[in-house]
Ligand binder design. Structure first.
Ligand code: HEC
Length: 131
């Protein structure tokens, strides 16, 4: 009986640690997204700015934010945004999409990129946080 209780406690502890690590990733990603805010909006009511709004990015085809005037390079890149594609792109946007009009040097720090994806990918196409 004692053993069982200990096992249950362990599971609880590990779960709590994992979820707080995730919350931290999202919070750090939100801070990192400040680098994008000049040009991109995300969340409920997000509008296109210099760059397209980024809601529902996970699974979204490149160049498809409604009413945004993309470069041909972006539109024709054939990318469907997902974790791997995003991480490669944000490291060096001009290498991933030569000719893109996104004037951003990129983020090199893997940890920051992971956090940024945790933040960006949580929004559905209506800008709501996915459950
Ligand atoms: C100086 C303005 C600027 C900054 C800063 C910027 N972007 Fe962009 N971004 C753009 C523009 C403009 C485009 C459209 C590119 C095109 O059409 O060639 C774009 C396109 C994108 C796309 C492709 C969207 C699609 O619908 O295909 C993603 C993803 C993206 N940006 C993510 C980010 C993230 C994440 C950051 C912050 C780390 C960021 N951008 C910072 C201007 C910017």
């Amino acid at each position: 009986m004692k053993k069982l209780t200990f096992g249950a406690l362990m599971i609880l502890t590990v779960t709590a640690a994992a979820s707080s690590a995730m919350a931290q990733d999202v919070a750090a990603g939100k801070t990192s997204f400040n680098k994008c805010l000049a040009c991109h909006a995300i969340g409920e009511g997000a509008k296109n700015k210099v760059g397209p709004e980024l809601n529902g990015l996970d699974g979204r085809h490149s160049g498809t934010a409604p009413d945004y005037n993309y470069s041909d390079a972006n539109k024709n890149s054939g990318i469907t945004w997902n974790e791997a594609q995003f991480k490669e792109y944000i490291k060096d946007p001009k290498a991933k999409i030569p000719g893109t009009k996104m004037a951003f040097a990129g983020i090199k720090n893997e940890n920051e990129i992971n956090n940024l994806w945790a933040y960006v990918s949580q929004f559905d196409k209506d800008g709501k946080i996915k459950q």
